[in-house]
Design a protein around this ligand. Structure first.
Ligand code: MRU
Length: 356
């Protein structure tokens, strides 16, 4: 486990490290209602697709714990409504929808006779989502070692570490594991405008882990690939469409194009909970557009554009499947054609869950 955590259930409440103020301030916020959890997701106290999913699971638990309904059917109706509020917090990361639906389905199928029994079912499922996430991250990192060269020089985008997950991380987990198993590792970290998840969060996590790295401006990655011996590009994913198109933090598409130009293997790393077989291609993925002031101001403080300038601030982009060498999951590495290989990863995950 890391010395810090993104989200945890502590004494009947959800505790989250406030990722808006890292790395200058390490502060944990305590949330006692599902509405507060939804707001924390929206304003990005917690962020990163898997961490958002785990938070939503605990949001559902807060909802059922506070529920005043007289019977189980009424409580289920309240839980469903709370789930809709949580789902409305951010549109792109499918883990949010996956976690809410998973908890609700479990509650609905449980045949709980009393509200207390229902609460116990929801608690068990939210805990399971949380626990599985850290385990899945570690397995992804282990799977990635087969394709990680030694020495390895990465370019990494956004933040995909323990902060973006329950623990260990997705793409950052690959960097971490490579370092742990003794590979010679160096990482170039895209700063990731406009919210600077790379500069603020990834750099903080890599420093805590003692992994050598340099933060680069997003626009520097092509130059760095050409002259700095980069031999692996890694990033996470917020939603993987059935055909292998990957929605991830804005700038990922440019990075993948630059990797293609330089012949550098380019991997997306994410748990099977990020695969959305219901969405045929990336074109159907809703891309969140965030407030203008994320672009006009640095972290809400220093204005960098003229007054009143027009802004367009998509928080994610879609990298087409042909730019991605492989998608590393906890069930193995999916390769093209993704239509088949992603289905197989999901099938293996379901099989594993059935076997308990
Ligand atoms: O807007 P964010 O910071 O929530 O975006 C996060 C990313 O894009 C990550 O790369 C993605 O969630 C996968 S990380 C485990």
């Amino acid at each position: 486990m890391s010395d810090y955590y993104s989200v945890k259930w502590i004494n009947g409440a959800v505790s989250m490290i406030d990722q808006r103020i890292l790395p200058q301030t390490v502060q944990y916020n305590r949330y006692t209602t599902y509405e507060e959890v939804a707001e924390a997701i929206k304003v990005m106290v917690v962020r990163g697709a898997p961490a958002i999913g785990a938070s939503a699971g605990y949001g559902m638990l807060l909802a059922v714990n506070a529920c005043q309904a007289q019977d189980v059917p009424a409580a289920l109706a309240d839980l469903k409504a709370a789930g809709e509020v949580l789902k409305a917090a951010r549109p792109t990361a499918v883990n949010l929808f996956w976690a809410v639906d998973r908890v609700y389905r479990k509650a609905e199928a449980s045949q709980a006779a009393t509200l207390d029994e229902l609460r116990a079912v929801v608690k068990a499922e939210a805990d399971l989502i949380w626990k599985e996430d850290a385990e899945m991250c570690f397995r992804m990192a282990e799977n990635a070692m087969a394709v990680t060269p030694d020495p390895v020089t990465f370019v990494h985008h956004c933040n995909t570490g323990a902060l973006a997950t329950v623990d260990y991380g997705t793409a950052l987990g690959v960097i971490r594991r490579a370092h742990e198993v003794g590979k010679q590792v160096y990482a170039y970290v895209d700063e990731t405008r406009p919210r600077l998840q790379g500069a603020r969060l990834t750099s903080w996590e890599l420093r805590e882990l003692g992994i050598p790295h340099a933060v680069i401006a997003d626009g520097a990655s092509g130059f760095v690939m050409k002259y700095k011996g980069v031999n692996m590009v890694v990033f996470g994913c917020d939603r993987i469409a059935a055909n292998g198109d990957v929605a991830n933090k804005i700038g990922t598409y440019n990075l993948a194009m630059a990797a293609k130009e330089h012949g550098i293997p380019c991997y997306s790393v994410g748990p099977t909970s990020t695969i959305d077989l219901e969405t045929p291609t990336g074109d159907q993925i809703e891309i969140e557009v965030r407030p203008d002031d994320e672009v006009t101001h640095i972290l809400g403080e220093c204005q960098i554009t003229p007054d009143g300038v027009e802004v367009y601030n998509p928080a994610f982009d879609v990298t087409p499947n042909h730019l991605i060498t492989g998608i590393i999951t906890e069930e193995g590495i999916a390769y093209p054609p993704y239509g088949e290989s992603l289905k197989e990863m999901v099938r293996r995950a379901e099989e594993r869950r059935k076997q308990g």
